[in-house]
Design a protein around this ligand. Structure first.
Ligand SMILES: [Zn+2]
Length: 515
């Protein structure tokens, strides 16, 4: 938990920054918005720590924030005079607007398309130059003096590091910070003469600058309708011509279109939900539908139009529900006025980019375990050797049921979530509860609903071997300040491994079972 004083200092600093800072262009508002966004998009087990943000992440955010603003206000594509000016000091257009507008003229229709295009390399370096020449080292200049409250000015590296506790403040005050940033940004644009004639008296300026593109949303409709077998995501009844694409985490809470955040729903259900977060039961279904079962399909189908990153969507949803719990917010269940109170739930944490475990499907074959035998039995994988040492090939194709050893304190419900496998190797043979070669291990599948924090736990990790075969390893997990995870063996003779994107956590070690 953050010290109250730091939170107050943070608010005071943001306020001073907007009042005392020198904002001749809109870049600093974009940077402030970007820092807030990135703070909620990155998994951090302990958000009170420092947070490292790479220049690439900043560039991606800038391009996203300015993408729609680089559209001519009147809607005539090649009319550069209709581009809103983003700079007060000169009559010149802000560089990023010109760059992105040119890309649009070259028939690039979305940020994700842009990032895959050949032009992106040069756009990336010119945007980075803009960021480094401008807002990055100027944002924290107050009254002509550097006051590095958010991040130190380490100009030689390829990233910045938010000071300890800052990411946590951005998460806590995300709504406030982005509201202030957008408002100041909007006022800046309205204050420029050239823009006033373009905008006219009663304008939709806010929606133009920060709203979502309703036309783009329709791109997501066919695939969602198919994945949901034409049923409304919320009420599960069939849909006819009244289908709308809903932002599962409301756009009002988090104003970025992420491909995995969409569901298809009745217009009425969508309208009833308004800007509320959906109830816990919907959250679980959304996770299962979009992040587990169809994660890959959604990325394949939608990445031409939207940024698709299941891990980021998961982080954003965890953040949104955390805030809801902290605020005792009500969550929308259904109909016009059916709500529940937000309750604390375990946060879901995965390795960066990790897919949800495929093995999970083995754990939950909808076989009724009871019908096989009345005695309590657990799935046991004779060929799955959980390596204590180096990754070792194994396979889960063979499953049998082993009678549950007594004294484990497992309930009926646990039978679906636990399984048995043998250990192999001696890397965990040390410390307080040693695991020896050949021990029978009780493990619990890690699913989106029970992942919790993995820090300091012993978990089984899977990676694909060179020919695609599964390899398994048991290690203790520790999160490093730079966001990486290290996998530690208890036997000091085995080296620490840094987790990479190819590794997935799939089970939590519970205990050694006597045979
Ligand atoms: Zn419905």
């Amino acid at each position: 938990m953050l010290a109250m004083q730091q939170q107050l200092d943070f608010i005071a600093y943001i306020q001073r920054m907007l009042v005392e800072g020198d904002f001749s262009a809109t870049y600093k508002f974009a940077l402030l918005h970007a820092l807030a966004d990135i703070s909620i998009e990155k998994h951090q087990i302990d958000s009170d720590l420092e947070l490292q943000i790479s220049f690439d992440e900043l560039v991606e955010k800038f391009v996203t924030l300015y993408w729609h603003q680089a559209t001519p206000f009147g809607g005539i594509n090649n009319d550069t005079k209709q581009l809103l000016l983003q700079n007060t000091n000169s009559k010149k257009q802000a560089k990023i607007i010109t760059t992105l507008h040119n890309a649009k003229l070259n028939n690039i229709n979305s940020v994700s398309q842009l990032m895959k295009s050949n032009e992106f390399k040069s756009i990336r370096s010119s945007t980075l130059k803009t960021i480094k020449d401008g807002p990055l080292w100027l944002l924290q200049k107050l009254n002509g003096k550097d006051e590095c409250f958010l991040y130190p000015h380490t100009k030689s590296s390829k990233y910045i590091t938010l000071n300890a506790g800052i990411a946590s403040c951005f998460r806590r005050f995300y709504d406030l910070v982005t509201y202030l940033a957008k408002n100041a940004w909007l006022q800046k644009i309205q204050s420029i003469k050239h823009n006033q004639t373009l905008i006219g008296p009663q304008s939709q300026l806010h929606d133009f600058l920060f709203g979502f593109d309703r036309n783009a949303l329709t791109k997501a409709k066919p695939i969602l309708v198919e994945l949901q077998s034409n049923s409304c995501f919320y009420c599960q009844k069939p849909m006819k011509n009244d289908v709308e694409v809903d932002h599962f985490i409301p756009f009002a809470r988090y104003a970025n279109d992420l491909g995995h955040n969409f569901v298809a729903a009745h217009r009425t259900c969508n309208n009833n939900k308004r800007d509320f977060l959906a109830a816990q039961q919907h959250r679980e279904r959304w996770q299962n539908q979009n992040l587990v079962v169809n994660s890959q399909i959604i990325s394949n189908e939608l990445s031409a139009y939207f940024h698709c990153d299941a891990d980021k969507s998961l982080a954003v949803s965890n953040w949104a529900y955390q805030v809801a719990q902290a605020n005792n917010a009500k969550l929308w269940l259904g109909n016009k006025d059916h709500f529940e109170q937000a309750k604390p739930t375990a946060d879901i944490v995965a390795f960066p980019q990790a897919k949800q475990p495929e093995l999970d499907q083995v754990a939950e074959p909808e076989v009724s375990l009871k019908s096989i035998d009345d005695a309590l039995k657990l799935p046991f994988f004779p060929n799955l050797k959980i390596a204590c040492g180096h990754f070792k090939t194994g396979d889960d194709s063979d499953m049998e049921f082993k009678t549950l050893p007594t004294g484990l304190g497992l309930s009926d419900k646990d039978l679906k979530t636990h399984f048995l496998a043998h250990a192999s190797g001696n890397s965990m043979n040390g410390g307080k509860n040693p695991i020896s070669d050949g021990d029978l291990l009780l493990l619990e599948w890690i699913t989106p609903n029970n992942a919790g924090s993995l820090r300091d736990q012993i978990v089984a990790i899977e990676q694909d071997g060179e020919s695609g075969e599964g390899q398994y390893l048991l290690r203790k997990v520790n999160k490093l300040p730079n966001g990486q995870y290290e996998l530690i063996a208890k036997n000091p003779e085995y080296k620490v491994i840094i987790a990479d994107e190819g590794m997935r956590t799939f089970a939590r070690f519970k205990q050694v079972v006597a045979e």
